[in-house]
Design a protein. Sequence first.
Length: 135
Amino acid sequence: MTMKNAYNITDRFTGSVIFTAEIQVADDAPMALRLGAATAVAIAAQADLRGANLRYADLRYADLSYADLRYADLSYADLHRIATELAAENKRLRDTLSMLVSMSDNHSPFGGEIYQDRVDRAWDSARAALKDGAT
């Protein structure tokens, strides 16, 4: 049976209630799912979740784009989808950086010999970043 219940999100340091969410979940829903649903409601309400205790929360489908989760306890929280998206974005950025590094300095968008030293330093920095990221 599904019921609408109040669920409190607490501060990880003091235990005080940061936000109370009205969520509709099954009576036998796991605590991680309840906390994840409450977190989604809090984020939609633009609640300040800094320092929140979100330990074990199921956040696979939560949109955390604008959530301020500084100092929040996300230990054992399910962030699988978010980690997958970050890995894909990281790969896209690495591919773009590789493409830029492989461009000939002669075809630099900066143009002109006046800026050649700046271009060389930029490419060297990009190459070093790419090399450091590969290890």
